[in-house]
Design a protein around this ligand. Structure first.
Ligand code: 5AD
Ligand code: SF4
Length: 440
């Protein structure tokens, strides 16, 4: 069949769509040039907020109306279960976020409608990648056991499972052989790698540097793979910011000095209600630890505004935490109750307009803070991986430095630069979300 995959949601979904694409191509299907041209369209869905779920369901509905074979995969499938066929009566198949490996067989059998929820399944084809490209996502941790009060992810992505380190190392070696220079390790809470189940086996060679914690030890192993120039990972929980992690950041130049550390709130009362298991002081200590050895260390975060009972004082505590931490970037989400989560039993009592106002205030704060953090980088030299022409201005090229900061430069100054090349730039201009530099 000629197929297309349309993806909503986070990097985990992007990665799983890529794996499905690789599996379908291996099974003899062909990637279509456009959705109009496709016989089969798979929509990869998200359900973290109600709006995200509605978008995916709406998209699948439109495709069904266009008389394609339509499959839905991802988080919304697991949340809806068999009800997915009530929402989309003519949907052909639906697979949960851990069941994507079944798609080629489902297509082969062609017995529709079909539902595979997957529960705590560990897909066998976790290492399937589409060849080409200099950058790859690698899932190291499935599911989540944190059970934060507002979050649907543990219900939809199942229990935490760390993939064996030797599998991850083999996958990254194979990627490096195919020209990948940058890997981004994925998991809901990557710093819990090897906590619920062992990731390292007795028979694995001991850590050359004497690392005892599973995740820093994995960073050490990946940093020794020839051709891997950059290692990123996301997301982290403030509890996991250990001394060994900091040591790995210092010791391995391949490990990018960036941490995405979602704090969710700056109010100790709200943090406790969310079940985050840390007070604000612990977030600040984690950030301070990272910036103590490198003041340019980039820390980014997620916060939720309008959690049930969030008062003006709680919100101001979030604002002050974000300023004290000096986050380099932040993503603000308006609270959305998710059925079955603990907080869904509480009244969603912050009015929509107030959530919107709080969102806008935090965005404006971030613009100021981003400008201040970036101003300090003017005159510095950044190592940037070139990505391609800038979206806003085609005369410029854009790439990212180790801190995940977007840096742009005049394309005519370096016409031979290709995507994936590492270039050195001296920063000449700073904006809240972007740096401008001259090629050295
Ligand atoms: N409402 C709003 N935002 C949420 N997030 C997770 N669950 C919810 C929810 N119910 C946010 C968190 C998380 C990000 C991916 O989405 O900030 O870090
Ligand atoms: Fe959306 Fe969360 Fe699923 Fe990612 S893990 S697709 S953010 S619901």
């Amino acid at each position: 069949m000629k197929f297309r995959i349309h993806t909503y949601g986070c990097q985990m979904n992007v990665r799983e769509s890529e794996a499905v694409e690789a599996l379908l191509v291996a099974a003899g299907h062909v990637r279509a040039e456009s959705e109009e041209d496709a016989d089969l369209v798979i929509v990869n869905s998200c359900t973290v907020r109600q709006k995200a779920e509605e978008k995916a369901i709406g998209k699948a509905g439109n495709l069904i109306a266009a008389k394609k074979v339509v499959g839905l995969m991802g988080c919304a499938v697991k949340r809806l279960g068999a009800d997915v066929f009530k929402r989309l009566p003519k949907l052909d198949f639906a697979v949960g976020p851990r069941a994507f490996g079944l798609i080629p067989r489902i297509l082969e059998e062609g017995r529709y409608p079909r539902l595979e929820l997957g529960e705590d399944m560990v897909p066998e084809c976790m290492d399937a990648h589409v060849e080409g490209g200099w950058q790859a996502f690698v899932t190291i941790l499935l599911g989540c056991d944190n059970r934060c009060s507002y979050c649907i992810v543990p219900d939809v992505r199942g229990h935490e499972y760390s993939r064996p380190a030797r599998e991850v190392v083999a996958e990254v070696r194979a990627l490096a052989r195919h020209g990948v220079k940058e890997v981004c390790l994925l998991g809901q809470s990557v710093l819990r790698y090897g906590v619920r189940n062992a990731a390292w086996d007795q028979s694995d060679a001991p850590s050359p540097g004497g690392y005892t914690e599973a995740f820093p030890r994995l960073l050490e192993a990946l940093a020794s793979i020839p051709g891997i120039e950059r290692i990123r990972f996301t997301s982290a929980h403030p509890k996991g910011c250990t001394d060994e992690l900091v040591r790995a950041y210092r010791e391995f130049p391949q490990v990018c000095r960036h941490l995405h550390l979602p704090v969710q709130s700056g109010s100790d009362r709200i943090l406790a209600e969310m079940g985050r298991h840390y007070p604000r002081a612990e977030c600040l200590a984690a950030v301070a630890k990272l910036r103590a050895f490198d003041t340019e260390f980039a820390v980014t975060t997620d916060v939720i505004v309008g959690y049930p009972g969030e008062s003006e004082a709680d919100f101001e505590a979030t604002r002050s935490l974000m300023d004290e931490a000096g986050f380099d970037n932040s993503f603000v989400f308006k609270y959305s109750p998710r059925p079955g989560t603990r907080s869904a039993a509480l009244p969603d009592d912050v009015p929509t307009e107030e959530k919107e106002r709080r969102d806008q205030v935090l965005l404006a704060d971030q613009e100021r803070r981003g400008q201040k953090r970036n101003d300090a980088l003017v005159g510095t030299v950044r190592e940037v991986v070139a990505e391609g022409p800038s979206k806003r201005n085609a005369a410029r090229w854009a790439g990212r430095d180790g801190g995940n900061r977007i840096v742009v430069w005049d394309a005519s100054a370096a016409p031979s630069v290709k995507a994936g090349d590492i270039v050195r730039l001296r920063i000449t201009e700073a904006h809240p979300q972007i740096l401008v530099g001259d090629i050295i």
